[in-house]
Design a protein around this ligand. Structure first.
Ligand code: NAD
Length: 352
């Protein structure tokens, strides 16, 4: 298989972990006879420095002409004082919007050898394997108006039927290839948008008779996630609820450095990135955990290229490296074999 992958390292540790992911992809490609061609692009703070804008047209063009996109992270102290319209994060928002990446997939998998790293009890988190499917291009983040009116303020939560239908379908489809359980999260006791969301879930559910589904209010879902997270398989929800619930769920793994993500559109290239940011506090020190980015590359193989065996090989390599006790500082317990970003990457490559 021949594929072009746009690589946007971004800022801070983004560049460090992007290198790890391309090294792992190259090794997998070599093993299975695939040709992955990497084309680099600028995004975020480094793009502002070089071109004056956080998402240059050239980068967007590269992404549009690629089969998938790997992104490190954007942002850093240097650009923190810029007006919000010119900040590095705007580049990422624009990229998601331009490519219509409406479905954000955030798997939360607790590896047994790391279950002690969570702030929750071992028995509660050990074995957790859930996926949050967050709507990414609508809702409060993009609704107009969003403005101050003297001493009043307004934000708008807007969705179209089509926007809700496509994300709900994505939730059902993912549940079908997992453990066939879907939880739709809303706030239907208060919000009209949630009542319409719930109606649409009911309309679509008969198309997926093999999937067992349930509705939960977001406050209840937040509580259930830390009470008994193993009850969940796929959770589908709107933009703001998904943002909050996925950060809550992320703590089960103990470190942001372990969490991959995918953002998918209907038919264009998918975007794969770690959940964490550019971590300016540890940038350039070889301390970044590359596993979130490496697992994002595995998601790319699975969801964009349908290379399930190759993806599984990466996931197994990560499990084995963790079992063997290798740890970057963010997940290191006493007596761990402490390794740098590049050493961790080398361990994964040799475990493949
Ligand atoms: P962050 O995720 O960068 O870091 C939070 C904490 O987690 C830091 O202590 C950091 O050292 C640690 N951490 C994060 N990733 C790690 C990894 N792979 N290995 C080891 N430790 C890791 O969040 P922040 O500090 O709130 O934000 C820093 C910058 O990143 C800001 O400019 C922010 O806007 C940006 N940001 C970007 C994205 C993105 O590009 N998708 C996401 C979140 C934040």
């Amino acid at each position: 298989m021949k594929k072009q992958i746009a690589v946007l390292p971004g800022d801070g540790i983004g560049a460090e972990v992007a290198e790890s992911a391309t090294a792992v992809l190259q090794a997998v490609g070599h093993k299975f006879g695939h040709e992955f061609k990497f084309k680099k692009g600028l995004i975020g703070g480094c793009a502002i420095d070089e071109t004056g804008t956080p998402l240059p047209d050239e980068t967007l063009e590269t992404c549009r002409n690629s089969d998938a996109i790997l992104l490190g992270a954007v942002g850093g102290y240097k650009w923190d004082t810029l007006p919000s319209e010119q900040r590095p994060e705007k580049g990422l928002l624009k990229l998601r919007k331009s490519l219509d990446l409406f479905a954000n997939l955030r798997p939360v998998t607790v590896f047994e050898s790391l279950a002690d790293a969570s702030t929750l009890k071992f028995d509660i988190v050990n074995g957790v394997d859930l996926m949050i499917v967050r709507e990414l291009t609508g809702g409060l983040y993009f609704g107009e108006p969003s403005e101050r009116r003297g001493d009043a303020v307004v934000d708008t939560l807007a969705y179209t039927r089509q926007e809700i239908e496509r994300i709900v379908r994505k939730g059902f489809e993912l549940a079908q290839v997992r453990r066939k359980r879907l939880t739709s999260v809303d706030k239907a006791n208060v919000l009209e948008s949630s009542r319409m969301w719930r109606e649409i879930v009911e309309e679509i559910a008969p198309e997926y008779p093999d999937v067992e589904y349930a509705h939960r209010l977001v406050d209840d879902a937040a509580m259930q996630l830390i009470r008994n997270p193993k009850q969940f398989d796929v959770i589908v929800t709107e933009n703001l609820f998904g943002d909050i619930l996925s950060d809550e769920a992320s703590m089960m793994t103990g470190s942001l450095g372990m969490l991959p993500s995918a953002s998918l559109s209907a038919d264009g290239p998918g975007l794969y990135e770690p959940v964490h940011g550019s971590a300016p506090d540890i940038a350039g020190q070889g301390k970044a955990n590359p596993l979130a980015m490496i697992l994002s590359a595995a998601m790319m193989l699975k969801y964009s290229f349908h290379l399930d065996d190759e993806a599984e090989m990466i996931e197994n390599a990560v499990v084995n490296v963790l079992k063997a006790g290798y740890r970057t500082p963010d997940i290191a317990e006493k007596d761990a074999k402490l390794v740098s970003t590049t050493e961790m990457t080398e361990q994964v490559v040799s475990a493949l």
